[in-house]
Ligand binder design. Structure first.
Ligand code: SIN
Ligand code: FE2
Length: 217
């Protein structure tokens, strides 16, 4: 009886869409964390502000980035790497807040990956027109752990391909609170984000924020 009640009352169970072997979209999964999540993010970006990284090829990325956690992902003309120090502040990255740790672990478990304990949370900020070209997340030493990716703010078109760059990606609309988890057979699938359409989000305004959690080592 009780279980029945929980399943029907409020209709709050997030939907679960399998998009590849090892990959799921959890619609609205981050919504229950929102009240704690947004203030935590504001604190993080005060300490380690967003910046536009330069790729090893010398290209300034349209997405602005920062990190929290014991390691942060950075790019500069020397290459891509994980660094415990924010090169812009000379200080360690802000700690991973418990609310983010919990959101990431719960989403991973919902995607079939238990005990996910990421060291790194890359925070991406897209303004209208910003995009992320197709790429693989492969700067980590541990491919056994999944990638957990949380979307906030303006909706985006997420491109999810296959193991080869030439695999035609499928397109998924990701909205505020949606979480994508990919690991196992799809851990190294190419993915990206189409140029962000203009708009105004009720909570975050004219931007999209994406959190990407990774177990690095
Ligand atoms: C990423 O691949 O790092 C970000 C993906 C996204 O913004 O949805
Ligand atoms: Fe990525």
């Amino acid at each position: 009886m009780t279980a029945d009640l929980f399943e029907t009352v409020g209709d709050a169970r997030p939907s679960r869409e399998i998009i590849a072997e090892g990959a799921v979209l959890l619609r609205g999964f981050a919504r229950p964390f929102e009240a704690e999540l947004i203030p935590a993010l504001r604190m993080i970006v005060k300490q380690s502000p967003f910046r536009h990284l330069v790729t090893p090829g010398g290209h300034r990325m349209s997405v602005a980035m920062t990190n929290c956690g014991s390691l942060g992902w950075v790019s500069d003309p020397r290459g891509y790497r994980y660094d415990p120090i924010d090169p812009n502040t000379g200080q360690p990255w802000p700690a991973l807040p418990n609310v983010l740790r919990k959101l990431a672990a719960n989403a991973a478990a919902e995607g079939g990956f238990e005990d996910f304990a990421p060291e790194a949370c890359l925070i991406n900020r897209y303004v209208p027109g910003a995009k992320l070209s197709l790429h693989q997340d492969k700067d980590e030493l541990d491919y056994a752990a999944p990638i957990v990716s949380v979307s906030l703010g303006l909706p985006a078109t997420f491109l999810f391909g296959g193991l080869k760059r030439s695999d035609t990606p499928r397109r998924y609309r990701l909205e505020h609170g949606d979480v994508a988890v990919w690991g196992g057979p799809s851990r190294l699938f190419y993915h990206g984000v189409a140029p962000l359409a203009d708009g105004e989000h009720g909570v975050l305004g004219r931007q999209r924020i994406n959190l990407t959690f990774r177990k690095v080592r």
